[in-house]
Design a protein around this ligand. Sequence first.
Ligand code: ADP
Length: 638
Amino acid sequence: MEKQQFKAESKRLLDLMINSIYTHREIFLREILSNASDAIDKLAYTALTDDKVGIDRDQFAITITRDEEGRTLTVSDNGIGMTKEEMEENLGTIAKSGSLGFKQAMEKNEDIDIIGQFGVGFYSAFMVASSITVISKKYGEDTAWKWVSDGADGYTIEETTKEGPGTDVIMTLKADTEDEKYSDYLQEYEIRSLVRKYSDYIRYPIRMEVTKSRPVEDKKEEGAEDSEENASPKYESYQEMETLNSMVPIWQRNKKDVTDEEYEIFYRDKFFDYNKPLRIIHSSAEGAVSFKALLFIPGKAPYDFYTKDFKRGLQLYSSGVMIMENCEDLLPEHFRFVRGVVDSQDLSLNISREMLQHNRQLTIIARNIEKKIKSELKSMLENDRESYEKFFEVFGRQLKYGTVADYGAHKDACQDLLLYYSHKQGKLVSLKEYVEAMPEGQEKIYFAPGESRERSAKLPQVETLDKKGYDVLLFTEDVDEFVPQTLMTYMEKSFCNVSSEDLGLQTEEEKKQAEQKAEEMKGLLTFVKETLGDQVKEVRFSENLGSHPVCMTPEGGMSFEMEKYMKRANPEFALSVGRILELNADHEAVKALQAAMTEDPVKAKDYAQLLCYQAQLMAELPLEDPYAYTELVCKLMK
Ligand code: ADP
């Protein structure tokens, strides 16, 4: 029979597996058992709606058979089985669900240590087996198929016979070496402990024939004397099928009986994330709708998290039967990073997936889950700042999106969870912390948008506020500015964009004085405006410039950062924000300009243009003609 070749990447993985270090090898059993369990899940789900399946729920089982002489270990299930095509597709390729993360880590050349941590699937059996035979019959088909492979050089498939639907995975263990006794995996004790360790929660019984012993019943021969020998009871050993796993899914167990390690192993296996979760929420609700939820806040974002490909959702079980792999309706978009399972006996088993969407119970569960996640994050923010900041670094952007999405419909869930960088404190603070630290007299929440914290910190307005002892939040992400626009106020304080809005620092008296001064120096403003023409919308004085001579301020509510963002996001429809040139009347440079107006009007025009360039540079606005700028500087230096 002609050998079929594995796909290229599968081959590489296979090589890795075959040569993996021994500590990881034992996970092969977990992988094979969880495949068996998945296969039963599929048939069990079919059975819910299809009477023809003809298997009672309690007949589903996984059987492990040891053959010490033949050196084979067999895992059999009575699940859905595979067709010939499915065998080729599933067992000949590695780029399948669980293995994907592994493949990616492999491409990044991460340590081989990852083997123990991933759901690496069927292939892991080659860590212990020199040859694997898979015999499978798909539910509803008449023909069974036999797939055989010795590892790297490919596989064969041929027709065979098998009684019911399901799959047998027959592993011929490698010969023992000095370092590794593969035959250990044929030992009853070893298998029992591996099942307990990794697969205890599998919901179908994992059965194996085990050796037991019992006292031999005394069959006293008539007339025989009681001898010494007969006094101590005799034992005989016998074989009996035993269920090795407790079958209680981890979320059904009592929180206090589950160890952190068990939670972590479960998380890793189920969600293929080898990073420890940051938080684990295990909750049980009774009431209008009863349910159990086991939720995880990951420590890292999946590679596709901020893309359209990422699917949010929780696994949904109804009385222990998985009815949906990814139930989106259980998880709001702003908490889409959460992974986990929900199990409720109040959901009808035969509910169609479409019907679920409008299901009242589901809505109640979803609301409850949203609250749980929010309060968990809040408690982390308040009590475990270090972890929270780690979390925020990864998923903070999602919470900001959540705050602004749907015109702020979800702001209550998100706004208290936001962190921004505080200029004054030099660290991240929540909005609440910012407001609570506001000194007397400060009325607004000040924020400065900019490309980097360093740049924003240098804004003249920030300097001015700093002198007054007022803190400024430094915004650096595109989405940041939408937050104040959506919230309008926080704890009754309004937001103020320092680079585009009035800082509100002047008293009525000061305002009047400023107006008067502007009136007196009106000639200067007119001169500069006329000189600059269309380059600016308006020229005015500002009291907020501190030690700086000029500043470019956007007209209206939109900042220059927002303008840039819009241009990137949608170049065709982007609008330009009007530029307003603000002058500091007390600054030497501005005074020099005023003096030049009468002494040397040509020079005064050059000064006006130079100040305009400076303002643009400081606002991080690109100069339309950098050459004109350098020529001007050189001209003035001569
Ligand atoms: P994963 O389980 O992560 O998808 P595997 O390499 O373990 O990756 O398995 C690949 C596929 O082979 C499975 O998704 C499943 O479709 C199929 N498969 C494996 N074992 C069985 C089984 N015992 N019964 C039915 N299908 C199976």
